[in-house]
Design a protein around this ligand. Structure first.
Ligand code: ADP
Ligand code: MG
Length: 274
């Protein structure tokens, strides 16, 4: 195709769009006309114009990456640190939670985070909220119910693909295994969870929530030696949050029932757990 005659300063904007597309600079491709107009009007130096475009492309790239990581993370919706009432868990240090949520050194070292406490105490909420903060900080996270992941790994094992399946999980800086305690007996009989823990040991981080600290873990692995070895690897480099509080659901249900200003003597303690 023969280029149409034009002055030396004229630019083929249609072709520019195609070139920017080929260079995979979609943001510059959309925003450049607006910036060019402003630059021409205000007499920007060429370097300032170019820098403004580059900055936009990078910022948008970061945003898209985090959006992608967020979709991949499968976090339960609506569970944020802002929405977490730290006053309800007085034994938990908010400063420590915030430090962990920044990702600092622990993810780089493949260290673990263990959350223990009775049902309804906010373990899943806190785990998801920390996960969300880490995604926003640029890390790759996967949130899964432990029993779902065990089931998938068992299928992989049957198809002789366990190692590959565990290897694919390496792309996540952090794997959040929610409710370790709910692994069932038949799931414990194969040792996929142990294989996963061993494979990630000192390399890739795990966050685990459980109703029972260690004592009951005998049910989760095929034999006592393996239980011991698993616990050993998990706690070797671990931060542990003990959340020994009464169920948040139950407490808020009680608060509602009491209503504002009613004397505590009239509060009914017998209430269905929401
Ligand atoms: P667990 O996983 O320990 O059983 P959850 O995280 O599922 O408990 O908490 C039960 C419900 O109570 C959830 O809806 C959660 O968002 C809410 N919740 C628990 N603890 C808190 C808290 N400290 N602040 C705000 N909401 C909380
Ligand atoms: Mg939970």
């Amino acid at each position: 195709m023969k280029a149409p005659a034009r002055t030396t300063t004229a630019v083929d904007t249609a072709r520019l769009g195609i070139m920017l597309g080929e260079l995979r600079l979609p943001t510059i491709k959309t925003v450049w006309p607006r910036f060019a107009e402003q630059a021409d009007k205000e007499g920007w130096p060429a370097a300032r114009f170019l820098a403004a475009l580059a900055e936009h492309e990078l910022a948008e790239r970061d945003r898209r990456r985090i959006e992608r990581h967020l979709a991949e993370a499968r976090l339960p919706p609506g569970k944020t640190l802002d929405g977490f009432d730290f006053a309800a868990v007085p034994m938990l240090s908010k400063a420590q939670v915030m430090a962990v949520s920044a990702g600092d050194a622990w993810l780089a070292q493949g260290a673990n985070l263990l959350l223990f406490g009775p049902p309804g105490g906010g373990k899943s909420h806190l785990a998801a909220a920390i996960g969300l903060a880490l995604v926003e900080a640029g890390f790759k996270v996967l949130f899964t119910r432990t029993t779902d992941l065990v089931q998938k790994l068992q299928v992989a094992r049957r198809e002789l693909g366990l190692e590959a399946a565990i290897g694919r999980l390496d792309r996540f800086d952090l794997l959040i295994l929610d409710d370790l305690a709910y692994v069932t007996k038949d799931q414990a009989e194969t040792s996929v969870l142990f294989e996963l823990i061993s494979a990630r040991y000192e390399r890739r981080s795990l966050m685990i929530t459980a109703n029972q600290p260690f004592g009951e873990w005998g049910r989760i692995f095929p034999d006592p030696a393996m239980t011991l070895a698993a616990v050993d690897r998990l706690v070797h480099h671990a931060t542990i949050f003990e959340m020994n509080v009464e169920s948040y659901r139950r407490r808020t249900a009680l608060d509602r029932k009491r209503g504002p200003g009613r004397p505590p003597t009239r509060a009914t303690i017998k209430t269905a757990d929401a």
